[in-house]
Design a protein around this ligand. Structure first.
Ligand SMILES: Nc1ncnc2c1ncn2[C@@H]1O[C@H](COP(=O)(O)OP(=O)(O)OP(=O)(O)O)[C@@H](O)[C@H]1O
Length: 596
């Protein structure tokens, strides 16, 4: 049997409460008869007999019943709100997990609205919208009462309810497609604004505001256009509904008055029938009024079903002993997450069968020209990307067989573009682990050489780094990022261009950190072209166009390259061609394919 998704389980919470709510709805709908029945008694008994005691008695009974009605309504909505909170509680963690996984698998995919979608569904399921659905089954009861008053009153009320129901259906068919398109377009426009605003400084500095505003306005106008069309259609139907509603009021009173003239019913019944018909129509009208929210909730439900259907629960993995740092990559193939399948029937490969082994305690450099796949490779080494083929094994176990939490704890990673999270320097270094000791945070900062730099910050380790670490400079961010990577001394550390923003002091600290990790027997992978860092590595992997061009001990590889360069130079001199410009002494130019 297929296991229920967390979404299905969370809906199950509502299902249990819905049973009780339907029961409450039954009683509260029965109690809605109090008003019309009171009216009937007052008109037909009290006014006819002029008996004050009867008036007091029936008023007391009516008030007592109305208090009960109020209580039932209160409990009914309380039950729903509680179910809503439980729904949210059951989904919050699995939804967050899926947003992260969806984002990893498809960076441009649309899971960004998943958390808001949960709110949208919850708000509908606990609000007025759903109550209209619970009250709807009792509509026949009220209509039956109208029939009991007089068949003609029943017929007028039933025809009225059918017309309003038909108008509600017309509303659905006339606006469904448009509202759905408007909803999707609105999501796209909001996502565009969110992602674009992250680059506000570039927008201002490069004078891109007008162009981007134009692009956003294009999307926004599309949303408005579709919403306006839908609202126009819905407005016409709403106006018709109001007209029908008021005409019905007159029709039922008129019919009642006519029957009263014929002395087939009393005037009390005439008024009571009008009230009962009002109650019968209320849920239908309420449903029409709540239509927009209903459509939004339905779309949100569809998106949630898709996200939860596509990504199951992560299996609970066995906790393995902490990895020692033996890395083995065999035939690793990577494809672009959002790429379309080409004419070959597969997505274009970014990594084309990478294989290498790295033993515990070895330090490896990854070099290669821009776009050769270095960052893609390291993302696979830390398990942030799923291989399209081949395997990445840590201590013999494939990365996705490790428990993700454990793997994260036992591994250090510093991406090319270090982003910190809103919080203090301490929280960022300690990866927001609650039981982190100050001594561990300081140890990581000292190992990465960031301790002194952190002490110069306004509030030292307590400094708030701002959104994404914006309050720190690029170099400071990178140094805090390195401290975060080496927190709790992991046995495998992967650094993607860790020195791109560092000054001379930062570079020295980085080199010292790598040396210290090497001394401690850690396995380190660094994407770099800097000679001083390359000199610290045991092995070098050169990538070109997503394939391994060279792999071997760094010394041998560079000796070969130096020899190749020497020979090329000699050949050039021989031909008395122009001398090539000298390369920077601090940078080894590895971005060209060596002519070995
Ligand atoms: N999400 C993605 N979707 C499509 N293509 C991608 C994606 N990520 C990377 N690529 C492509 O994969 C190739 C390798 O990118 P990668 O970032 O791994 O290169 P790199 O060697 O790290 O480059 P650099 O040295 O400039 O950082 C590039 O051609 C890039 O355009």
């Amino acid at each position: 049997m297929k296991a229920k998704t967390p979404l299905a389980q969370a809906y199950g919470r509502f299902r249990a409460v819905f049973g009780a709510t339907i029961l409450f709805s039954f009683f509260s709908n029965i109690l809605m008869f109090v008003g019309p029945l009171y009216m009937l008694q007052v008109y037909d008994r009290v006014l006819a007999s002029r008996n004050e005691l009867t008036l007091v008695m029936i008023s007391a009974i009516a008030i007592a019943l109305l208090v009960t009605y109020g209580l039932l309504e209160f409990i009914r909505s309380k039950l729903l709100v509680r179910a809503g909170l439980q729904f949210d509680d059951m989904l919050a963690h699995p939804a967050f997990n899926r947003v992260i996984r969806h984002r990893l698998a498809s960076p441009n995919g649309g899971a960004h609205s998943t958390l808001q979608d949960i709110d949208r569904v919850r708000e509908f399921m606990t609000g007025q919208g759903i109550l209209a659905f619970f009250d709807a089954p009792w509509v026949p009861l009220f209509l039956a009462l109208c029939f009991a008053f007089h068949p003609w009153l029943g017929i007028v009320a039933t025809v009225g309810a059918l017309i309003i129901f038909a108008l509600a259906l017309a509303n659905e068919f006339a606006t469904r497609g448009l509202l759905q398109e408007a909803g999707n377009a609105s999501q796209g426009a909001a996502h565009f604004v969110n992602t674009t605003m992250q680059n506000a400084e570039v927008i201002r500095a490069l004078g891109m505001e007008k162009q981007l505003t134009k692009r956003w306005l294009g999307q926004h106008d599309d949303v408005l256009d579709k919403q306006a069309k839908a609202s126009g259609r819905a407005g016409a139907i709403m106006a018709s509904t109001k007209f029908v509603r008021m005409t019905l009021q007159i029709a039922i009173l008129g019919t009642g008055a006519y029957l009263a003239i014929l002395q087939e019913i009393s005037p009390g019944i005439m008024i009571a029938a009008s009230i009962v018909m009002g109650r019968a129509l209320a849920p239908v009208e309420q449903a029409v009024g709540q239509w927009k929210q209903f459509v939004a909730a339905r779309q949100a439900h569809k998106r949630l079903t898709q996200v939860f259907g596509a990504l199951g629960d992560e299996e609970d993995r066995m906790q393995l002993p902490a990895p020692k740092g033996n890395l083995s990559v065999q035939g690793l193939v990577a494809t672009a997450p959002d790429a379309k399948v080409g004419i070959t029937g597969s997505k274009p490969a970014l990594l084309k069968g990478i294989s290498f082994d790295l033993k515990q305690g070895e330090v490896m450099a990854v070099i290669g020209p821009s776009g050769s796949g270095k960052s893609t490779l390291v993302r696979h080494l830390v398990g942030a990307s799923q291989p399209a083929g081949g395997s990445v094994r840590l201590d013999g176990t494939e990365l996705h067989h490790w428990d993700a939490e454990q793997l994260g704890r036992d591994m250090g990673y510093m991406p090319q573009d270090v982003k910190l999270f809103r919080g203090s320097v301490t929280e960022n270094i300690s990866r927001f682990v609650e039981d982190a000791q100050d001594i561990e945070v300081v140890a990581a900062a000292q190992l990465s050489g960031a301790h002194e730099m952190i002490q110069t910050l306004g509030e030292g380790y307590d400094t708030d780094v701002g959104d994404g670490g914006q309050s720190l400079s690029g170099g400071q961010r990178q140094r805090v990022g390195l401290a975060r990577a080496v927190f709790r001394d992991p046995n495998l550390v992967v650094l993607d261009e860790p020195n791109s923003n560092l000054d001379a002091h930062g570079e020295q600290a980085l080199a010292a950190c790598i040396q210290e990790m090497k001394k401690r027997g850690k396995t380190v992978v660094i994407v770099t072209h800097k000679a001083n860092l390359l000199a610290l590595t045991d092995k070098t992997l050169m990538l070109v166009g997503g394939s391994v061009e060279k792999f071997g001990p760094t010394r041998e590889l560079f000796a070969q390259q130096a020899e190749a360069q020497k020979q090329a130079k000699a050949a050039q001199e021989k031909q008395q061609t122009a001398v090539a410009p000298p390369s920077s002494p601090a940078v080894v130019n590895m971005s060209d394919k060596p002519r070995a």
